[in-house]
Design a protein around this ligand. Sequence first.
Ligand SMILES: Cc1cc2nc3c(=O)[nH]c(=O)nc-3n(C[C@H](O)[C@H](O)[C@H](O)COP(=O)(O)OP(=O)(O)OC[C@H]3O[C@@H](n4cnc5c(N)ncnc54)[C@H](O)[C@@H]3O)c2cc1C
Length: 503
Amino acid sequence: MTALPEALLRSLAAIVGEGHVLTGDATAGFAVDWTGGFRGETPAVVRPRDTGEVGAVLALCTDAGVAVVPQGGNTGLVGGGVPRHGEVVLSLTRLNRIGPVDIQAAQVTAGAGVTLRQVAEADSGLDLAVLIASRDSATVGGAVATNAGGLRVLRFGPMRAQLRGIEAVLADGSVLSHLGGLVKDNTGYDYPSLLAGSEGTLAVITAVRLRLVPRMRDAVTVIVGLGGLEEVHAVAHQAVAEVPGLVSAEFFTSAGLDVLVSHAGLVPPLPAPVPAYLLLEAFGPGALEDLAGVIGDREAAVGTTAADRGRLWAYRERHPEAAGFLGVPIKLDVSVPAPQWVRLAREVARVVAAVDPDATVIGYGHVADGNVQVNIVPGSAADGRHEDAVLSFVASLGGSISAEHGIGALKARWLPLARSEAERALFARIRAAFDPAGTLNPHVLPRLPAARPHPADHDLPRRACPGRGLAEYPAEPYVVGLEADEVVLADHGSRGHQAVRLA
Ligand SMILES: Cc1cc2nc3c(=O)[nH]c(=O)nc-3n(C[C@H](O)[C@H](O)[C@H](O)COP(=O)(O)OP(=O)(O)OC[C@H]3O[C@@H](n4cnc5c(N)ncnc54)[C@H](O)[C@@H]3O)c2cc1C
């Protein structure tokens, strides 16, 4: 890592105050992610307190040719907020002012560093529509930058759908502000929407205007025991069709539950173990009856009080921790079209086993959105084979290699599976328009190569993939083809192919 010149450190301190430029050991917690899987180092963590300071810091860093990684709550799961190549960390947590709730418009303006829980609790009658398990630490800036999804997307959409305005700072220090909160506003390019999901590569978000939704009344949460993943999918889709007040449909399996029971002290939700569990939540008059109609005579746990519902939600919300009890996990959030969901959920462990027979795979997620969170604890080297196998399997099913966490550092190599060359070239041109010097998050998403040489430009070998529909493919492919009932995997020992029959 290259140290920053003393003069630059002094200039940064003159902007934010000496106590808010951290160096040495004080930076450690900012240089590692929540899973422990992404580690880096940084010459300095800079903690501005307002938009003006953010602008001055960015202008200084861009002039000095210093790369910057924006960071909010550091709960991201793809390594996008970690300084893996010695970048300066721009921590936004001090931008933590939240305005008064506009009851009439059902909106609020929040600084980038305000947590999602703070927004959700800003008014007793209104709520933030996006709910994620990391809400105590995840910030609105980070949640917009990742277009966070979470537990209620089926009803309210992801973070982008909550955006009513944004304030952001470009790498040269100029401020864009569009916080009026108008629902109808066709006055040119919708750059707030573009910044949603931009993963800190286009601009630093300093404040957002968010829509709020009425707080749920008469909420009911159930966990239903089911015979397998096919039944999970069928019951979830029945609930979407037949329960008007449905807000969540989440699944997990005995694989993750058993880990939480033995390592986190959870007591199983149902008297007898079953292969798969579906959590449904609905609200409003008749919610209980509607859910009962879907559950039929299956075994279920029901919560109608806040305490009981919280107890049931813990089974699902603690699943992101489960794999971490067994080792450092690889976390892949993927989605596929509804008709392919059962195949993905059922076969993904076998696809992983074909490249690492000793790996442990835990699946859970937002079933109604076509999502599976694939958590893998490797049994052999974490050299990309697990990502390769899962992400190319997903691409072969017509799915997305990132349902909601983003591309970050974790999936940068596999972006060609999801986006064509023309799309990636457009990404790079958009990026060059926002940040021509390449200051912001240079190792996330494609850049135009001209701006400044980065090590990331050299470490991604590309080769053609002989698999169906996977025209250009980085690194060594593991899944090279997909037939009706088998996945064709590369055999790296012999360079031949091996067919794995699917159930
Ligand atoms: C237990 C757990 C459960 C989770 N569940 C979900 C879930 O259900 N759905 C989901 O979508 N995610 C989930 N996540 C992932 C994570 O919480 C979200 O991605 C969250 O939105 C990240 O917010 P953050 O403030 O922590 O951002 P960070 O982790 O700090 O940063 C994430 C990315 O955003 C960029 N960034 C951060 N702040 C800014 C800013 N102000 N301006 C520009 N760029 C910025 C960073 O550079 C980085 O690329 C979960 C994480 C954990 C640990």
